[in-house]
Design a protein around this ligand. Structure first.
Ligand code: GDP
Length: 333
């Protein structure tokens, strides 16, 4: 084992340089991973990637082999099986197994090969269902989880604890971030699997094109959510990586929340849909609120840049850009 312990004392705000480092973004094709790649291209580091077809992060031997060969010095774990409220409920086994396996294999091997710095990603949905709002990092593991995403939450909590255990026992510089609900380029616009912003933009767009008189919104519209553009998240993660070495995870959010009904109205405005929004209360609401307390990140010196309305316009442009183009006239039978 080639672990290189760093003294724990007073390194919370130490500056870590990425210059000339070999940096691996695990999960570089996903929404968070590709935003990280865009952001890290502005740093003077060497970016390592490996395609999903070449390395299955759920296979321990494959992960150990690839990481030993590639010798990353910095690891960002953006790989995860994720999805919206319905996907979490209906694919519980995948959400717990995949995320446990990814955390276990990558974090353990990173410690084995003496990675200098590792960033593990949790999420605001791993907090207990009924936390005091806004949620401070010390409320993790303080109560029962939200049933719709408990499978994902258990796996991510285990990953956090694993990273912490290597840190406590071996002095590894492993840090963790807890991002709020994300949206933006690379989002999953599948209506069953995706999160609310991607799903609403698509539903509203399709309803506009078809001329539908109403659009279905899941739940009561009353839950409140905080949203962060994924490019802001990537910027925050690079900031955290280079400015933070503490043991406690750090919330990353916008600090603002909107109700799902307010979000749906904003999204309708962005799309230009003028029909009725109809609430299907047979679909789950999930937790009533999920607002992160972002004091720790603000005190470290980072703030988000993208207001929600502008971010929604950007996400809608991304949605439109990935729609298949209509066939040229002479190809239509
Ligand atoms: P959550 O933050 O983990 O609950 O994940 P989601 O982003 O999937 O859902 C957030 C909230 O938006 C929940 O209250 C959903 O019921 C609500 N919602 C309303 N319409 C939709 C939709 O079309 N898709 C999704 N995923 N959520 C929706």
């Amino acid at each position: 084992m080639t672990r290189q312990p760093t003294p724990e004392s007073s390194r919370d705000n130490a500056i870590f340089s990425l210059d000339n480092k070999r940096v691996w973004v695990a999960g570089h094709r996903g929404m968070v991973g590709s935003a990280l790649m865009r952001r890290l291209r502005r740093e003077r580091c060497e970016l390592l990637t490996v395609a999903r077809g070449e390395l299955d992060l759920r296979r321990q031997a494959e992960v150990e082999h690839w990481m030993r060969e590639s010798q990353p010095q910095v690891v960002l774990i953006a790989a995860a099986t994720v999805g919206g409220i319905h996907a979490n409920r209906s694919r519980a086994d995948e959400f717990i197994y995949d995320n446990l396996a990814i955390a276990m294999n990558v974090v353990h091997t990173a410690a084995e090969i003496g990675v200098e710095k590792l960033l593990f990603l949790g999420s605001s949905c791993i907090y207990p269902k009924l936390c005091t709002q806004p949620m401070t990092e010390d409320q993790l593991l303080s109560g029962p989880l939200e049933p719709t995403n408990q499978w994902y939450a258990i796996a991510k909590l285990a990953g956090l604890m694993l990273a912490k255990a290597y840190r406590v026992r071996h002095g590894m510089d492993f840090v963790a971030a807890l991002p709020t609900n994300l949206y933006g380029p690379g989002d999953n616009f599948d209506l069953q699997q995706g999160h609310v912003i991607a799903a609403l933009l698509r539903k509203l767009h399709e309803a506009k094109v078809r001329g539908d008189r109403s659009v279905e919104i899941w739940g009561t519209g009353l839950p409140r959510r905080e949203f962060l553009h994924v490019d802001d998240l990537a910027d925050a993660l690079v900031y955290l990586l280079t400015h933070y070495s503490g043991e406690e995870p750090v919330n990353i959010g916008s600090g603002h929340e909107v109700s799902i009904a307010e979000l749906a109205s904003l999204a309708a405005e962005v799309v230009g849909y003028h029909g009725e929004l109809v609430y299907n209360t047979s679909m789950p609401d999930g937790p009533p609120r999920k607002l992160l307390d972002v004091t720790r990140m603000t005190e470290l010196g980072w703030r988000p840049r993208t207001p929600l309305f502008k971010g929604l316009q950007d996400a809608y442009a991304c949605y439109l850009s990935q729609l298949p183009r209509p066939a040229p006239i002479d190809m239509v039978a």
